[in-house]
Design a protein around this ligand. Structure first.
Ligand code: GDP
Ligand code: MN
Ligand code: MN
Ligand code: MN
Length: 255
């Protein structure tokens, strides 16, 4: 497989047509996967915001004061308010905010970014990244470019391991996972549990090319990667009932 950044993309502004900008700069074609960093999807969708857009209520002030005590540095209660408004649940309130976003993704600070947002304080995640991916895919279809899967990505930390990596927030045109259950290993043993999250793996691979800083390469064309002959499924975010780590966190409190 080959991964190539889409060259020369401009600073993205509200209303920009990402599919058009990509199609003008690449030969993206049937069978490719296009990854797009949520940062530019959010910019195109007008999701840049300012701290003043989020006057802090009592809950946000309480959270900010507590985090300030733990961190020993100033925390803006308006930022806590923005996180609250973007979240359906606070999974952890301390020593940082781990929340579930409206579309089911659990991450720190509801994925609100403070880097790469010229002229504004904050960048909120796209409201519905799956719909964003579909829109980009449809934009390619309108230009006669068929059969390109689209993944909207973000850089995200993870429990248990240091370092951040790319993950998929939303996708269209391919299944989220490749199901190996029922297939056999080299010994002929039947695989019982392996469901490979290919959208996350592609997001991570693409993030190697995307980088994190000033590179200006938010979109990557993945070529010659094949889903292969497997069952697929579209589940990525666990439901609370099947998520025992999250259930355990519900019982746990930071002291
Ligand atoms: P995130 O992982 O979605 O939070 O996005 P990052 O902030 O890590 O940025 C990913 C890549 O997109 C980096 O190479 C940035 O330099 C680039 N980037 C961010 N905003 C823009 C933009 O408006 N235009 C272009 N061309 N690149 C951008
Ligand atoms: Mn981000
Ligand atoms: Mn990133
Ligand atoms: Mn293995």
């Amino acid at each position: 497989m080959e991964l190539n950044a889409v060259p020369d993309l401009p600073e993205i502004r509200p209303g920009d047509d990402l599919a058009g900008l990509v199609a003008e700069r690449t030969d993206v074609e049937a069978g490719d996967v296009l990854t797009v960093a949520s940062t530019v999807v959010s910019k195109a969708e007008g999701r840049a915001a300012d701290l003043d857009d989020f006057p802090a209520g009592p809950r946000a002030r309480e959270i900010a004061t507590r985090l300030e005590g733990i961190a020993g540095e100033e925390k803006d209660p308006r930022f806590a308010q923005a996180v609250l408004e973007e979240s359906t649940e606070l999974v952890m309130e301390a020593p940082f905010l781990l929340t579930e976003t409206r579309f089911g993704h659990v991450c720190v600070n509801a994925g609100i970014d403070r880097s790469n947002v010229p002229g504004h304080d904050l960048l909120l995640l796209p409201k519905r990244p799956a719909a964003s991916a579909e829109q980009i895919r449809n934009g390619l279809l309108e230009r006669g470019i068929e059969d390109v899967a689209v993944i909207v990505t973000d850089t995200c930390g993870r429990p248990f391991r240091h370092g951040q990596r790319g993950v998929a927030l939303g996708w269209d045109g391919m299944p989220a996972s490749r199901d190996w259950r029922g297939e056999r290993d080299r010994d002929g043993r039947e695989l019982g549990v392996t469901v490979q999250s290919v959208v996350d793996e592609l997001a991570s691979a693409a993030n190697l090319v995307t980088g994190e800083g000033a590179g200006g390469t938010p979109a990557v064309v993945v070529r010659d990667w094949n889903f292969g002959n497997h069952e697929g499924s579209d589940a990525l975010f666990r439901d609370l009932e099947g998520d025992f780590v999250r259930q355990a966190l519900r019982e746990w409190r930071y002291e």
